[in-house]
Structures are given as C-alpha cells and as structure tokens.
Design a protein around this ligand. Structure first.
Ligand SMILES: NC(=O)c1ccc[n+]([C@@H]2O[C@H](COP(=O)([O-])OP(=O)(O)OC[C@H]3O[C@@H](n4cnc5c(N)ncnc54)[C@H](O)[C@@H]3O)[C@@H](O)[C@H]2O)c1
Length: 265
C-alpha cells in the first residue's frame, strides 16, 4: 500500500510507540488522526508530524467508550476523509501476579487491549469494504504468543488480539481490506526505572520506539500479515510452540526475578 495521502488513524498516539508510528507514517506522507486520552502529549506529537508537511487532526478520546469511538470516526472523516488505515496501538500493561490483579485491572486491560480494538475495527470496516481498500493494524506483543509469569492477564489480552487478527484476515480475504498483526518485544516507553532495572537483570532485549514505529509503517507498505520483532524472540516463540515444557523450565529462574519486581514496579 502506498502511504502517501492516505488517511491513517492511530490510537495511543501520545505514547512511546504510538508517537513514533505517527512520525513514521508522516514521513511517508500519510495524513493522520492522532487519538489519545492524554491530550497534552498529543500536541507535541502533532507538531512534529505537521513538520513533515502532512495534515494532522488530534482527537482527545477514550477508546473504551462508545462516545469516544463515534467521535474518532466522525472527526477523522470530517477533517481528513474516510479511513484508509486504522492502527490499534493504544494498550495498557499491568505487571502483577494473577491473584493481585483487581477486577478493575482486569477490566481495564481487556477493555483497552481487546474490546476497544474490536469495536473500532467494526466501526471502520464497512466503509473500507465498500471502497475495496484499507488495512487494520493491530499492535500485539511477543507476550501474545509466549506468556511470561506475572504478565498473564496482559498476555491473555494480546493472545486474544492475535487470534482476532488472524480470523479477521481470513474473513476479509478477497475484499481488498487487509490485516497486519505486529508483535513488538520489550520497547523503551513509559515503564518505570525499576522496570528497566528488572529488564536488565533478566537480559531482556529492549528496542527504541523509533525502530518499532518504522517497522510498523514499512509492514503496512508491504501489506504484511504478521510481523514479530526480534530474531531471538521469534525463535523463542517457535520453541514455545514445539516444546512448551522446555520453556517452562527455562523461565523458572526468570520467574523469581519477575516475582520480586512485580511487587516493586
Ligand atoms: N513498550 C513495550 O515494551 C511494548 C512491547 C510490546 C507491545 N507493546 C504494545 O505497544 C502498544 C503501545 O505501547 P507503549 O509502550 O507505547 O505504551 P505507552 O503507555 O507509552 O502509550 C500508550 C498510550 O495509549 C494511551 N491510552 C491508553 N488507554 C487509552 C484509552 N482508553 N483511550 C485512548 N488512549 C489510551 C495512553 O494515554 C498512552 O499515551 C501497546 O498496545 C502495548 O501493549 C508495548
């Protein structure tokens, strides 16, 4: 897909990865509707994108509400026109044991990471199908294919979105509308200093959000179906499919570090 002059909606565009996805799309000449519930962050991202010479509309909305989602579609269509690409990037990650997750933690995770993604997709799809063109981009996680202890609820949400993306892609076959699922590995964004300390102890690979943003834009250009970022992580995911009990054993030492830090982060 040629991104120049396309209309692209990006949720969570005020955040670490979302802001870099926005910039990468702007550099390709796409016009942008930048969505976040945090309005302050959006302004800075919007001005960097405008400097690339594209049209930018900022939309302050909570994607978990019907009102927010309706406004996202209406405001995008009146400012830019019909949506060509929807990037479902907004996400939240709660790092706790299963027992420590409150009802609110679980609901928030599933509402932002799963429910809102599905409802926003439903909102843009009819016009994409009508125009035989468009792409849904879902930002998952390597944890959607390989669950770590203390990330179970987050992993459940990302596995759900992986399954949703795969089924939707097959359902849309022949319509001209595509689906791209992207699974980043650890990326330096809004996590705490304690989290980064833990990541170092665990030998976790961490990417810069700029790299992830560029990969997302390139994957949409290439109309890729599934993209996993990081070779060791890809191999680890494969190993988890073929020999999950070996991964269980391999993660025992890591689980101790995770247990210690889940109380501190
Ligand atoms: N950072 C990582 O290590 C990592 C790794 C793999 C996948 N991911 C995924 O990448 C995506 C972006 O992550 P990030 O690290 O940049 O997160 P972040 O916390 O830096 O940014 C997320 C943004 O989403 C916005 N947001 C959250 N809930 C919202 C809602 N209800 N309505 C509107 N906006 C909302 C927040 O305000 C924030 O600006 C997420 O889906 C995350 O799960 C992140």
């Amino acid at each position: 897909m040629v991104l120049k002059d396309k209309q692209v909606v990006i949720t969570g565009a005020g955040g670490g990865i979302g802001s870099q996805i926005a910039l990468a799309f702007a550099r390709k000449g796409a016009n942008l509707a930048l969505v976040d519930r945090n309005t302050e962050r959006l302004a800075g991202v919007a001005s960097s994108c405008r400097a690339e010479g594209v049209k930018v509309k900022t939309i302050s909305a909570d994607i978990t509400t019907a009102e927010g989602r309706t406004r996202i579609i209406n405001e995008t269509e009146s400012a830019l026109g019909p949506v060509d690409v929807l990037v479902n990037n907004a996400g939240i990650m709660v790092f706790k044991s299963v027992l420590e997750h409150t009802e609110e933690d679980i609901l928030n995770t599933l509402m932002v990471n799963v429910f809102a993604v599905i409802r926003l997709t439903q909102a843009v799809l009819p016009r994409m199908i009508e125009r035989s063109s468009g792409r849904i981009v879902n930002i998952g996680s390597v944890f959607g294919s390989l669950s770590f202890p203390y990330f179970s609820i987050y992993s459940a949400s990302k596995s759900a979105i992986k399954g949703f993306s795969e089924g939707l892609r097959r359902e849309l076959d022949g319509t001209g509308v595509g689906v791209t699922y992207i699974a980043p590995r650890g990326t330096r964004t809004s996590q705490s200093a304690t989290f980064f300390e833990m990541a170092k102890k665990m030998g976790m690979n961490l990417d810069d959000p700029e790299k992830v943003g560029a990969i997302v834009a390139r994957s949409v250009e290439k109309e890729a179906n599934e993209v996993f970022i990081g070779m060791p992580e890809r191999l680890f995911v494969l190993m988890n499919k073929l020999m999950p009990s070996a991964v269980d054993k391999g993660l025992r030492k890591q689980a101790k570090i995770l247990a210690e830090y889940s109380l501190k982060c």
